[in-house]
Ligand binder design. Structure first.
Ligand SMILES: Nc1ncnc2c1ncn2[C@@H]1O[C@H](COP(=O)(O)OP(=O)(O)OP(=O)(O)O)[C@@H](O)[C@H]1O
Ligand SMILES: [Mg+2]
Length: 265
């Protein structure tokens, strides 16, 4: 059985002379929690953008569940089951959590402009579907108590989870999360790590970009390290932690947040 969900083959993305992503290959399998790490400007977001169709690669190919999706429009890639969240929170602050989740279903709905104005049967069916499914998702991940709270009134850590919940409305085959722990306090970060592991236990395959090393080491099964657009290492947290090139490029003097590494000179 082929378990490959997302595969990148020699992906390059150049902006003029700048090699934002340079010949990066990787493969994410069903059931993975796949971490992508690297210093600021290493090319992590650009790589996600190429994978999800937002940017077209300068060279290389992207395969999603075995299908070549290189150059495909982002809406089409999303409809195939690749959901993602962005580095900045993108919630409607003055809408409730449930309303925000309902928006995540729009690609699956039949309601057009006319149906919405007439509030006809199609609209009513879609309303019922999104309401039920939205509640289901919130219950599945333990956020149902926030269903009617305005998104903007929630603590930051919960807002991040609501964003992820909205991505689940796509019924995704993979979730791409771009720095979900950025700006979180240590308690929120721990809770987010548990949340992602729970999603994975529920059957979701996850790819996550993150800066917080402790978070990545604790959460991910496999890690890809980028530096100046290039892959410098890929493997389990142990392999990455002990890779000399990674330590030099990323950990600087060998200090992982909250954890000392012994670095030989
Ligand atoms: N649209 C663009 N035009 C020109 N250069 C770009 C564009 N997008 C990204 N870059 C450049 O490509 C490089 C990689 O950027 P990218 O945002 O992918 O890095 P990142 O690893 O996500 O960094 P961060 O950790 O800060 O989010 C950077 O040098 C950036 O300035
Ligand atoms: Mg980024």
């Amino acid at each position: 059985m082929n378990t490959s969900v997302l595969k990148a083959e020699n992906i390059c993305k150049y902006y003029g002379g700048l090699k934002a992503v340079d010949k990066v290959s990787m493969e994410i399998e069903k059931g993975d929690i796949f971490g992508i790490i690297g210093p600021n400007g290493a090319g992590k977001t650009t790589f996600f953008n190429v994978c999800s169709g937002i940017d077209r690669p300068t060279a290389g190919k992207i395969f999603f569940c075995g299908e070549d999706i290189t150059g495909m429009k982002p809406e089409k890639v999303a409809a195939k089951g690749m959901a993602r969240t962005f580095q900045n929170i993108m919630l409607f602050r003055f809408m409730s959590v449930l309303e925000n989740i309902k928006i995540g279903f729009h690609l699956q709905l039949k309601t057009g402009f006319v149906s919405a104005i007439l509030r006809n049967k199609t609209y009513q069916n879609d309303e019922k579907f999104t309401l039920e499914k939205g509640r289901e998702i919130l219950a599945m991940i333990g956020l149902e108590k926030y269903a009617n709270t305005l998104a903007g009134n929630l603590p930051y850590g919960i807002q991040r989870k609501v964003e992820i919940a909205r991505a689940l409305a796509l019924d995704p085959k993979i979730l791409l999360l771009d720095e979900p722990a950025a700006g979180m306090n240590p308690n929120e970060t721990t809770s987010l790590s548990e949340f992602i592991i729970k999603l994975n236990d529920l059957g979701y395959t996850v790819a996550v970009i993150e800066h917080d090393m402790k978070f990545v080491m604790r959460t991910c099964k496999k890690i890809l390290v980028l530096n100046f657009g290039q892959k410098i290492c890929e493997g389990t947290p142990d392999i990455v932690k002990n890779n000399q090139q990674v330590r030099e490029a990323y950990f600087g003097k060998g200090l992982i947040i909250g954890e000392k590494l012994h670095v030989e000179n």
